[in-house]
Design a protein around this ligand. Structure first.
Ligand code: C2E
Ligand code: MG
Ligand code: MG
Ligand code: MG
Length: 289
């Protein structure tokens, strides 16, 4: 009897695995169509300066998939599959192209000197492609945009696959003026020594820290991170700010910028443009006294 149920478990386990493989394959096929059928879109989440005058400084582009039957999908539902299935290059190119043209539209809506920047997430498999820098260069040239308005976000795990190569690629794109940002800081490897060898402009403190700052021990970690950032002359963005209290704590501790539901959820380009115009209005009102 025991034997029988064992076999039964193995059979159902194998069947489940087969299902998973089939589902993945199906998802990849649909994702290929999604690129052709223009089902992918970008949302934009505002990033604000945390100083006295909380002005809008930029946006982060966040991908979504308007799936024909499953509705709006989030990156966690399809980016890992795209990375494994060799589709991330194409998707990453689409993201960069779309982000650059949106950036142009945002700048056209904004005549002031302090134009917002746009921060774009780059997947590991995308960043590590041998022709990544060349593709980026082509896309930026075609988009005809100030390089300094673009920030690339990569995570620690990407940076540490090959630090020498990562440093070289980051160094190159920074020479063009593109900014670089270390995403989800604090969640990956705990060795901080590599930071000094990698040319980043910005460090994004992961929301898991920002959201547990009522805990004294967590606060001391954040304080240490901000101290390192200060010494290395890195700009800090606090992610996942949901409450006024979290915002105030991060501001007092010295984070320059913040991003989170308190300020705004990821939104359509149209809403981002409206937000930008309203922000400019409020600044000019302040300026006029
Ligand atoms: P991320 O780059 O760390 O992006 C921040 C995530 O935190 C976003 O989730 C955002 O919606 C969410 N978030 C922002 N503020 C708050 C808050 O106050 N509270 C909470 N609970 N969440 C907040 P999203 O859009 O689901 O993206 C998840 C991840 O997917 C991103 O994490 C990024 O690693 C990846 N991703 C997004 N867009 C792209 C893309 O175009 N290309 C690649 N390769 N990866 C992307
Ligand atoms: Mg999400
Ligand atoms: Mg990011
Ligand atoms: Mg992050």
């Amino acid at each position: 009897e025991g034997k029988l149920s064992d076999t039964g478990q193995i059979v159902s386990f194998t069947a489940q695995l087969g299902n998973k493989v089939r589902q993945r394959r199906q998802l990849l096929m649909e994702l290929r169509d999604a690129l052709k059928n223009e089902e992918l879109l970008l949302y934009y989440q505002p990033i604000f300066a945390l100083g006295e005058c909380q002005s809008l400084v930029g946006f982060e582009a966040l991908i979504r998939w308007n799936h024909p039957s499953r509705g709006l999908l989030e990156p966690q539902d399809f980016i890992p599959a795209a990375e494994d299935g060799g589709l991330i290059g194409q998707i990453g190119d689409w993201v960069l192209e779309e982000a650059l043209s949106a950036l142009k539209r945002l700048h056209q809506a904004n005549e002031s000197v302090d134009r917002p920047y746009l921060s774009v997430n780059i997947a590991a498999a995308q960043f590590l492609q041998p022709n990544f820098a060349k593709r980026l260069y082509q896309l930026m040239r075609d988009a005809d945009i100030e390089c300094s308005a673009l920030t690339l976000e990569i995570t620690e795990s990407v940076a540490l696959v090959d630090t020498v190569r990562t440093a070289a690629v980051l160094g190159l794109i920074r020479q063009w003026g593109v900014r670089t940002s270390l995403d989800d800081f604090g969640t990956g490897y705990s060795s901080l020594s590599y930071l000094k060898n990698l040319p980043f402009d910005t460090l994004k403190i992961d929301k898991s820290f920002v959201q547990t700052m009522s805990d004294r021990r967590c606060r001391s970690i954040v304080r240490a991170i901000l101290d390192i950032a200060d010494n290395l002359e890195l700009n800090v963005v606090a992610e996942g700010i949901e409450t006024a209290e979290q915002c105030e704590t991060m501001r007092l501790m010295g984070a320059q910028s913040g991003q989170g539901y308190l300020f705004g959820r990821p939104m359509s380009e149209k809403s981002a443009l409206t937000l930008l115009k309203n922000d400019l209005l409020s600044i000019s009102r302040h300026g006029n006294g």
